[in-house]
Every structure is written in C-alpha cells, then in structure tokens.
Ligand binder design. Sequence first.
Ligand code: IMP
Length: 401
Amino acid sequence: MVKVIVGTQFGDEGKGRAIELLAPDVSVVARYQGGANAGHTIYVNGEATVFRLVPSGIIYPHILCVMGNGMAIDIAELINEFELLKSKGIKFEHRFFISQLANVVMPYHKVRDDTAGSIGTTHKGIGPCYEDKYARKGIRIIDLIYPELLKLKLTQNLQSTNFDSIYEQYKDFGEYIAPYVADTSLLLNQWIDDGKEVLLEGAQGLLLDIDHGTYPYVTSSHPHSGGACCGLGVAPTKIDEVIGITKAYITRVGNGPLPTQLPIELEEKIRAKGKEYGATTGRPRRCGWLDAALGKRAIMLNNIKKIILTKLDVLDDLSEIKICTTYKSENSKLFPICELASGVEPSYETLPGWKTPTTHIKNYNDLPRAAKNYIERIKELLNVEIMAICVGPTRENTILV
Ligand code: IMP
C-alpha cells in the first residue's frame, strides 16, 4: 500500500503523529517537498527533538527514508541533523537516501528570501531556491557530487568575490553526502512494486500550497498530495490512500488570511496550552477555531476519507467551543482561496466544552460526552472517518478509533 500524509490546514497539524502511529507497519517513509522551513518534533527516548529535513521515520530502525527530488535541501542543516542523529545513537547508514535531483538551498537564496517581510516566510531560502529551480538555474544534489558541474552552475549563479569559498564548501558537502545520494524514484518504484508499505509525507499544509493555498501567503511548493507524485516520481495510480491530519483547532504562522482567528486573550490561552510556537522560527502561531469550511476544501482536493485529529486535549479547559461551518457570503460556502479569503466572515456553531482532562484517556468511549459530540460534528462536517485522536504529546496519548 502507498499512503500519502497531508496536512489539511496551514501546516503544524502534527503530521509526525501519523508516522508514529503507522510506523510499526511501514517500511518506507519518503518526503516530497519543502525544506528546512518545516519542523517536526519527534520524541527520542522521551526527549523532544526537532528535525527539519530528515523524514520523521528516521527514528525507526526498520524504516527506509527518502528525501525526494521535490525538496529544497539546505545541506548545512542536513549535516547538523545527521550529527544530531548520531549523537542520539540513531543509525541511518544504508537506509537513508537523498534524491540526486533535489534542489539545494544556497547561501544566496537565504539573503534573497522575503526581504520586505511581506509574506512572513521562514527566511530559510525556500522561495528563492524554487525560483532558481523554475528559472532552470538551480543547483541540484548531483552537481555537488561532480566538482566540474558545481563550478559551472556556480559560475552561472554567482559573480561575487566569495565564489571560491562557496565552491570549496559545497564540494566538501558533496563528499559528505555522496554515500546517501541515489536515484530515489527508481528505488521507490522498486519498493512499491515489491509490495512494501510506503508512506509519502508532505510538509506544511494544503492551504500553504503554491496553487491551492492562500496565494501569495503560501510556500513555494505543493503540500497537496499530487506533490507526492512529482516530488518523488511516483505515478498517481500507485497511490492507494490519502490520510489527512487535522488539528482540533487551527493555527497559522506568517501573514495571510485566518478567518477564525481568536480574540487575543483566548488566542494566548490556546497558544500557551498547545505550545504554538513555530518549530523552525520560534514565532508565535496565530490560533483560531477549527474551520470546517476550509477543511472541506482540503478534504475535497486530496480525496481524503480518513483523518487523524490532533491536539484535542488543548481544548480541555474551554467552557464552549466554536466550529466554523461555512461563511456568511452567499458565493463562498467553501473557503475561497483567492484574494477574497481575507474578507470572509465565518458562520459559527457553538458546542459545549467538556472541562475535563483527556490526556490519560485510551478508549474513545471513555471520552467525555461533549468531546465525543465535538468529534462527531467534525466527522459529519468534513464527511470523513477519524482513524485516531491525539490527546497529548507522546505516542501513548493516542486514542485509536
Ligand atoms: P516559506 O515556506 O519559508 O517560503 O514561507 C511561506 C509561508 O509558509 C510563511 O507564511 C511561513 O510561515 C509558512 N510556512 C512554511 N513552512 C511552514 C511550516 O512547516 N509550518 C507552518 N507554516 C509554514
């Protein structure tokens, strides 16, 4: 089986939880887009560790990990993560593969990234790296392996005085990563044909997709499940299922519309309880009520039938909870992803809160009635099955449904 994991909101839905949940049965985890703009917190021996580039499957010794051609890879960050893995005793030789076709984030990309600050990017050089990719002057992983290619490509990109130092540094990077570089599309297709269980993981979320998100306040790649096909070289007909990850409320970092954003006091409460600070930049995340009208768009575009609902426990203290079911404007019942998005006014349904801790709960039936009502309403509005509900930060705090 080949499954794609997609965030149905603005990223930070907790996609790492899906990997945790599915890991025992999975042989391969492959990441298809984005770069060090993402960040997933993984618990290694009970200790929270943030990875930005390597797929979250890396902590499981039986899982083969792939960084796909659709990614924008910052090699210095990657080497830091390799060192971090080594320091935690995680062995990844012979089970970690980097696509030779992935693009490399160069120092000059970071300098060019959102200099006006109007989008509120992560300043990791992601946008400029993809710009160069589409201008067909990007530097790819394969170029680092062959110094003469690297020199040629750098000459096309760089006139500055620091040419030599960048060339030397990236040549060394090439030597460091060479043992992991592979034709990953070939490997993946072979593994899929051999019947391995494969998970394709996106970064960010559908509403940050360059085409289907709230343009221009988006990332520069395709978190959409279709991004998995191009970003890994896997045909759409080989994908069996798309699993959505939805947080029990919504968050967004950076600028752009967030129709259900909470009033400041409540927002701060949720932010503190949910530790809603960017894993990459540390910026406070904007927080809002769950937006089903926005979620429905993500469900439709990815043909999602099942979701994992994360961070339900963050709502434990509230006396009432709202869900945006639609928008007041006649012609925008679904989230309008174009410029109209900034003007929409949500229509809310208000449900009673449960005001009881849920983190210790293991069985769906043991959840308070009001929590079950909230979950049932989400299911109904999004027209999906719920596979699992996360009620705390670790794998133990998961209710399988
Ligand atoms: P960029 O991806 O750094 O170009 O940033 C573009 C937009 O996507 C900004 O609003 C970022 O805050 C947002 N973004 C990028 N990566 C993530 C992520 O992993 N989680 C949430 N937001 C992200």
